[in-house]
Design a protein around this ligand. Structure first.
Ligand code: S3P
Length: 181
């Protein structure tokens, strides 16, 4: 005998959290906090892509070009979207592609993390993992790239959270409250 389901099927319900935002806005830190506090699975897009290619992000950019990297991002997003209860730490450029934003909206909620250019600079200045900032590691360049990207970040975001001077716990709490998870 067939039984009637007690709850509506969850196929279209948002199940994942996608953290977007500029480099150095704390996406990985906040993803780790959401994993610890709320038992979500954490996925680092850059890490997955580097693992899949067997080389670093900087090497992918240098050897295969940015467009190739952007295709890998889109492919990964499509594959992982079928999973549930995942907090995804996106690359800083992931939300620049409309198809990526559509995919994220289809399977979850998009959280934009913001930080001042000076804060970003302090967080990333000693890193050599970010090819777009290599040779451009200064506050003015970071500020101009943030400004250029902001319309697309804002358009993609379901909610926006400021991170300057705040603890990861505090930020996670605000995210969960705003998402009503
Ligand atoms: C990029 C950000 C990086 C990485 C790649 C490109 C970007 O990720 O995906 O270097 O276009 O902003 P993080 O934001 O995790 O540093």
């Amino acid at each position: 005998m067939q039984t009637t389901p007690q709850t509506a099927p969850l196929t279209n319900a948002p199940k994942n959290i996608y953290l977007i935002g500029f480099m150095g806005t704390g996406k990985s830190t906040i993803a780790a906090c959401l994993r610890q506090k709320y038992g979500m699975e954490q996925l680092e897009m850059d890490e997955e892509i580097a693992k899949g290619e067997g080389i670093t992000i900087a090497e992918i950019f240098a050897q295969k070009g940015e467009e190739y990297f952007r295709e890998l991002e889109t492919g990964l997003l499509r594959r992982l979207s079928e999973r549930e209860n995942v907090v995804v730490s996106c690359g800083g450029g992931t939300a620049m592609r409309e198809c990526n934003v559509k995919e994220m909206k289809r399977r979850g909620r998009i959280v934009l993390l913001l930080a001042e250019p000076e804060t970003v600079y302090e967080r990333v200045r000693t890193s050599h993992d970010r090819p777009l900032l290599e040779g451009n590691m200064n506050v003015d360049y970071i500020k101009s790239l943030i400004e250029a990207r902001m319309p697309k970040y804002r358009e993609a975001a379901d909610i926006t959270v400021h991170t300057d001077g705040r603890s990861a716990e505090d930020i996670c709490g605000e995210i969960m409250k705003k998402l009503k998870f």
